[in-house]
Design a binder for this molecule. Sequence first.
Ligand SMILES: CSCC[C@H](NC=O)C(=O)N[C@@H](Cc1ccccc1)C(=O)O
Length: 692
Amino acid sequence: MAKTSSTPLTVDLLWQLQRIGAPSLSADGAQVVCSVTQPSMQDNRTASSLWLLSTLGGEPRQLTQCGDKDGQPRFSPTGEWIAFVAKREQNGVKDETPQLYLIPPDGGEARRAGVVPTGVDAFKWFPDGQRLALISWVWPEGRGMKDQAARLKAFKERKETAYITDAAVYRHWDDNLPMGRVPHVLVLEVATGKVTDVLEGTDYELQRREPGAADLSISPDGQRIAFVHDPARGQHPAPRMALAEIELKGSARKAVRDLVKHADWDFNAPSYSPDSLSLAFLASHQAKKHTMPQQLAVLDLADKRARWEVISAEWDREPQAPLLWSEDASALLFVAEEQGRSHVWRFDVAHREPSVVAQGGTIHGFDTAAACLVTLTDRAAHPGRLHAQGVDDRGVRLGQEAERIETFNDKLLANVALGSTEEHWVTGAKGEKVQVWLHFPPGFDRKKKYPLLHTIHGGPHTGPGDCWHWRWNYLVFAAQGYVTANVNYHGSSGFGHAFLDSITHQWGALELQDMEAATDWLLKKPWIDRQRVFATGGSYGGYMVAWMNAHVKPGRYKAYICHAGCFDWVGMFADDAYGWHAQELGAWYWNDMAKAHSQSPHAFAASMQTPTLVIHGAKDYRVPDAQGLAYYNTLKAKGVDAKLVWFPDENHWILKPRNSALWYQEFFDWLKRHDPAATPKRTAAKKPASKR
Ligand SMILES: CSCC[C@H](NC=O)C(=O)N[C@@H](Cc1ccccc1)C(=O)O
């Protein structure tokens, strides 16, 4: 039941809430460290600090003061240190790039672990707690850290600003990848601070799209590092990754070799087993179909012929990185989606049997040690929370309820009337069941009528549901009085491969049928006001509302809001994901323009008449802002009521607090402006110029 208090969930309150990062558990399972991000609307920024919590009860303790971006905290296997990434000024030295810091769990001053001129993107502890493997983007022709520092200095002091590349992969989401550099594995010694690039002088490099800790695994004896590498070295726009292994002699490279490589498969998330007998990893049979899920696979490390096998082929769900082994090496633990939620799963390797160990909501991180499992979980009804629970030595959950180990946002939310969330299913395209999440305003009264607001998710291969979203918060929308619907249309993830793959080469068709089936179902509800129906969406959801503007009878939806929407699949070739277009749309545009246009809203612009708010960030490389500008310009040229909100300093997501508050305000103002029941807040919408 919704709380009866009167405080609604407002954007202002949303931006006061603290944001908990992925937890790391100490080896004895007694302590947890995580980052906590505190936004400041006043300062228009966010700051993150590290907090120490206990799985045995007691209040959390702040470990570091609000640094700029204290992040990725990880307990050392021996429990002696917590390592984290930060940019700081210490002992007269100001970090120009993120560095690795160490702090004792008992607190005190963190110290820089060593100097990595090109910065630290991610890291993994060695089992002995005496070394760390780091990921850093280095100049491949560089030799040693001094040379890297000199090259970085020269690059920063150059007067030219051009970004020059001959790579196929040179951008990711909103970043130009570091020009002239490639991601390598470095080894840092805790005792000396010495840093060694253990791929220096080789042709090996890590995968370029956000290489992270899950791309590395260190063998229990500390003598080998498995890593995800790109055999095409950035020269293929849709590369298939391989796994390789560095053999160490101390902190130096002794050898590097391919470990798992196959032209038809994409591999990632290597994970050595605690008994050193196996390497687990994720494998996707891309040659079979580009939508093939990542499946669990295991390599027998004793097998001279390096044979590996998929062990989850019978399970129609998709494990996500990272893969953690149970302590007895009998099972793998990971997160996987399941019909609008995600859980921590345990997969018994011998019996090939999955089971849920920790239920979502939506799980955003977990860790396990010493028969304890800690999770970071959110729901539509609350932001991320940390829970701890006992698991037996086979990694199977003990007892029913996990214990919450923090109350970071409880006080702020104590008197907030949140509204409620329900899961429903409708018959959609192909006569198949389609999941619809409904979020109701606080104090919802079935005898009254409410406006309907569709919030269409992006992807298309994602499957949100029972989750807390900072940028598209379902209950913030509901608090404004909307029944808010989230349809997991055909193509969404978490419902099996066939459902996800069903839209391939026909983007827009089945999804539209699902949206319309959900709207038809909702229009039959006595508590929906048929005259007050709106649809909004971001990215692929923005594509969907543009597609609906061209394919749905005007008037059914009073207005649309298109955030970072794909509008024209030919123009979209400027995006950072262009390598996947042909697989998804069915052809390269130059080979079959009609095929591209048949799935492209711009090709149907003639029929667009519904008022639309277009929002886009200039630094968006996934859906370049030209897409939103073209859509807005098209509507203006046609005399359709349209408004543009363009952010010169934001990317695919609107991340600065003040810009996010403005985003929500413009969002609600647009809906009110086109709501027949709303008293006009400002002068009536300008009459569009004569229809052309
Ligand atoms: C298929 S390529 C990129 C898919 C990716 N999300 C996963 O489902 C993505 O970035 N989706 C964008 C929309 C988009 C689709 C195709 C090409 C570029 C962008 C999104 O919805 O965030």
